[in-house]
Design a protein around this ligand. Structure first.
Ligand code: ITT
Length: 194
């Protein structure tokens, strides 16, 4: 199966490639296309944005499997922010470290006592005939007081999954790929189509 993934996030791409390793799925990314500009994420939900990204790739790549996902972090003490704005929380071109710094600052400014948080992933898949499927994943945890660890990407250095005493960035990538919100959605994809 040839699967094209509509993401420009190399951290996501690595996790998706690792997930399908050893299967008959050949994973391709938009970086292999000679010209491609990612669409604006104008949706008001994770699913809407995942659909925008999947449809954009489908419009230039027909007759293959297409997947895109939208994901983010919801923090209870911040009224579920940054949510769909996770990638650009500290600004349009914000780096992961800047987003994390803003998150910790917002939590201290608001004296946010509710450090419970969750990662969400919505994945939209089109089969080669253009039929759509949607899969979702959720990982609950808490936000740490300071960043720890170097593995993964995004908010991994400040997210402690439920049942763990380390941030995701302190876990080996193989451990993250057993529990993550993205892997939960990917497992449903695998169960449905492989
Ligand atoms: P694409 O839209 O090109 O896929 P993106 O990084 O802009 O790349 P999103 O719009 O879905 O992707 O935003 C996801 C953001 O949420 C991501 O940049 C991280 O800041 C955060 N995030 C999502 N999944 C994460 C994970 O597994 N670990 C840490 N942070 C994560």
């Amino acid at each position: 199966m040839e699967l094209w993934v509509g993401t420009s996030n190399s951290g996501k791409m690595t996790e998706i490639k690792n997930f399908f390793m050893g299967t008959n799925v050949q994973v391709h990314s938009i970086s292999e296309l000679p010209v491609y500009s990612s669409p604006k994420e104008t949706g008001d939900s994770f699913i809407a944005n995942a659909r925008i990204k999947a449809k954009a790739l489908k419009s230039v790549k027909s007759g293959v499997w297409i997947m895109a996902e939208d994901s983010g972090l919801e923090v209870m003490g911040l009224n579920n922010m940054p949510g769909i704005h996770s990638a650009r929380y500290a600004g349009e071109k914000a780096k992961d470290a800047e987003n994390i710094a803003k998150l910790l600052k917002m939590m201290s400014l608001r004296s946010a006592t509710h450090r419970e948080a969750q990662f969400k992933c919505a994945m939209v898949v089109y089969d080669p005939e253009g039929n759509e499927s949607v899969f979702e994943g959720l990982l609950k945890g808490t936000i740490s007081r300071s960043p720890k660890g170097t593995s993964g990407f995004g908010y991994d250095p400040v997210f402690i999954p439920e049942g763990y005493d380390k941030t995701i960035a302190e876990l080996a990538p193989i451990e993250k790929n057993k529990i993550s919100h993205r892997v939960q959605a990917l497992r449903q994809f695998k169960k449905s189509f492989l």
